[in-house]
Design a protein around this ligand. Structure first.
Ligand code: PAF
Length: 292
């Protein structure tokens, strides 16, 4: 496995693979790799001959400088993990390489309809930072296929729309959230939970499953359903942050055109904000009270 920091060097390698007719898969990450990332790499290997992983903690997508400073950087451990996964190249650019004239001077890419709602409403510019760095990485790596976790559902929706609107010749594969045995979605944030918080955390996933079963069995007053979901979280000692039931493609409230909905939920547990989501495929007739 090669570890490459320079754009020109990674391009040389990509060019060589292109001449050989190799199919290239790309998994962008910010490092601190866990089983969720390894699932993306496994899926990447099923979809291509060579896999490139990037590790870059992207300052443009952080609103809060403290969060950026506190973000765990575990590059040596990450590289040894990747060494065992069949990855061909790890691209590890520095901030100067990615933003040579500074972040504020850099072009940015925005997907306006999806970036300022839901998570984006409380994290101004976060999704612009994601769309910008991903389009730049796509231009550098020029993969055939790129893989993203469904855990960050809004991020995946933003990338899908960016690729569609800009007609980028890249297939995007969303990979199902990897869960612990008790249902908790795997996230680097889980390691910051106390023992007691960790025991309560699976209630978030359980609440999503409950809301989904209520929807599928025909319950259609979504605002009440959201309130009931919040009550379930509270009863288990989790502070509800937000629950939304949305069209899985547009992320707007469900309409009678919706064939696939998503329940997006976040909760505060001690010092940690956990997010999770669940897709609900259903064909229940639409009524007015479905609107949130
Ligand atoms: O999900 C992440 O780790 C990041 O948002 C991503 C997609 C690598 C962009 O920096």
């Amino acid at each position: 496995m090669q570890v490459i920091a320079e754009i020109a060097s990674v391009r040389d390698q990509i060019l060589q693979w292109r001449h050989e007719g190799q199919r290239i898969a790309f998994v962008p990450t910010m490092g601190h790799l866990h089983d969720g990332h390894l699932a993306l790499i496994k899926k990447a290997l099923e979809n291509a001959n060579v896999v490139v992983v990037s590790i870059f903690v992207n300052p443009m997508q952080f609103n809060n400088p403290d969060d950026l400073a506190a973000y765990p950087r575990t590059i040596d451990e990450d590289i040894s993990k990747l060494n065992m996964e069949g990855v061909a190249v790890v691209f590890t650019p520095s901030i100067d390489i990615m933003y040579p004239q500074g972040i504020d001077n850099h072009v940015f890419v925005s997907v306006p309809s999806l970036s300022n709602i839901l998570e984006g409403a409380s994290r101004p510019n976060h999704f612009n930072g994601v769309a910008t760095i991903i389009s730049k990485l796509f231009n550098i790596i020029q993969p055939d296929v790129a893989l993203f976790g469904e855990k960050d559902f809004q991020q995946l929706a933003v990338i899908n729309k960016m690729v569609f609107d800009l007609a980028l010749p890249i297939s995007i594969i969303g990979v199902q959230t990897v869960r612990e045995m008790d249902g908790l979605a795997i996230s680097s944030r889980n390691s910051r939970l106390t023992v007691d918080e960790r025991q309560r955390a699976p209630v978030l996933a359980k609440t999503l499953r409950w809301i989904s079963s209520q929807m599928r069995s025909g319950r259609n007053n979504y605002s009440e359903l959201v309130l009931d979901g919040n009550d379930q979280l509270r009863a288990a000692g989790l502070e509800p942050d937000a629950i939304f039931i949305r069209d899985a493609i547009t992320l707007q409230p469900v309409t009678d055109q919706t064939t696939k909905a998503v329940i997006l939920a976040s909760t505060i547990l001690g010092q940690v904000r956990l997010i999770d989501n669940l897709i609900v495929e259903y064909t229940i007739p639409m009524t007015d009270d479905k609107k949130e």
